[in-house]
Design a protein around this ligand. Structure first.
Ligand code: B1M
Length: 233
């Protein structure tokens, strides 16, 4: 315990600090994660590198121990809160890239599912790429998506699911879009740890996105393709 109290984050090398941040994320230490994030930024790390190497990688370890019954919900919640505190610092930096306006995305986690870290990360990266992001939050029934589509007329609908029990709900949303005759007006992107390409195409999404960077690339590519199709039609 005395050793832990003695650690001065600013005196660690980059590699040591990143490992320490993984430990601090594991222990749900919000203030230490905020401090570590600020230190790496002050040392010239680009926000995306801080995000992926210090925060997302740390959360991967938390996920493994949660799966193996070493960590439980209350502990993982603390880790999630610490992760969000780091993301809060990075968000304006990721969004302030000055990228030209690309279009609008409505994104939300599906009904029954309260995981939002990955979805938030996708939203942050999309904002940084120049998309306007309308974030519906967690636990969204199909009605929420429909209302947001009606109100914001987005080019892209994004859905996130982290549970094998909630991922099928994405098909409910896509089928409802078809019934309403608006499916083809939208680019539908889906993501979340238990999904894969096969699932994405089986439910009728335009693409499955493995991570936030892939979501940005895919969104750009499909929006450009759609604009080109409209120009030649
Ligand atoms: Co939950 N949980 N959890 N959890 N949780 C998982 C998902 C789980 C895999 C853990 C495990 O067992 N290893 C497991 C699911 C098993 C399964 O379904 N097969 C699980 C479980 C079982 C549960 C509960 C049922 C536990 C319980 O109550 N007994 C419960 C369910 C609650 C509910 O939703 N109804 C539950 C609760 C929780 C907490 C509340 C404690 C917390 C969530 C806090 C929060 O989000 N605010 C939590 C957490 C943190 C996790 C793990 C550990 C981490 C998830 C995370 O944030 N990862 C997770 C383990 C894991 O995933 N390996 C787990 C970091 C994040 C950056 O990655 O979300 O994958 P990810 O997002 C990535 C990509 O997937 C992709 O891009 C992101 C960034 O690169 N992506 C998209 C995600 N969404 C996208 C949308 C897109 C595009 C890309 O749209 C275009």
């Amino acid at each position: 315990m005395a050793d832990e109290e003695d650690i001065v984050l600013s005196e660690l090398s980059d590699d040591e600090l990143v490992l320490q941040m993984h430990d601090d994320l594991y222990d749900g230490l919000k203030e230490e994660i905020e401090e570590g994030t600020e230190i790496l930024l002050a040392r010239g790390w680009v926000p995306y590198k801080v995000l992926t190497e210090a925060l997302v990688e740390g959360m991967r370890v938390v996920g493994e121990d949660f799966r193996d019954g070493i960590l439980f919900v209350p502990e993982v919640l603390l880790s999630a809160n610490a992760m969000k505190a780091g993301m809060f610092i990075l968000r304006p930096l990721l969004a302030a890239t000055g990228a030209p306006k690309q279009g609008t995305m409505v994104i939300g986690t599906v009904k029954g599912d309260i995981h939002d870290i990955g979805k938030n990360l996708v939203g942050m990266m999309m904002e940084g790429a120049g998309f306007e992001v309308i974030d519906l939050g967690i636990n969204n029934p199909v009605e929420d998506y429909l209302a947001a589509i009606e109100e914001h007329k987005p080019e892209i609908l994004g859905m996130s699911a982290l549970l094998t029990t909630t991922m099928p709900y994405m098909k409910v949303v896509i089928d409802t879009l078809k019934e309403k005759g608006i499916r083809d007006d939208l680019i539908v992107l889906v993501g979340g740890a238990p999904l894969n390409e096969e699932f994405g195409s089986a439910i009728g999404a335009d693409a499955y996105c493995r991570d936030a960077a892939v979501a940005v690339e895919t969104a750009r590519e499909l929006v450009n393709r759609k604009h080109n199709q409209m120009a030649t039609a």
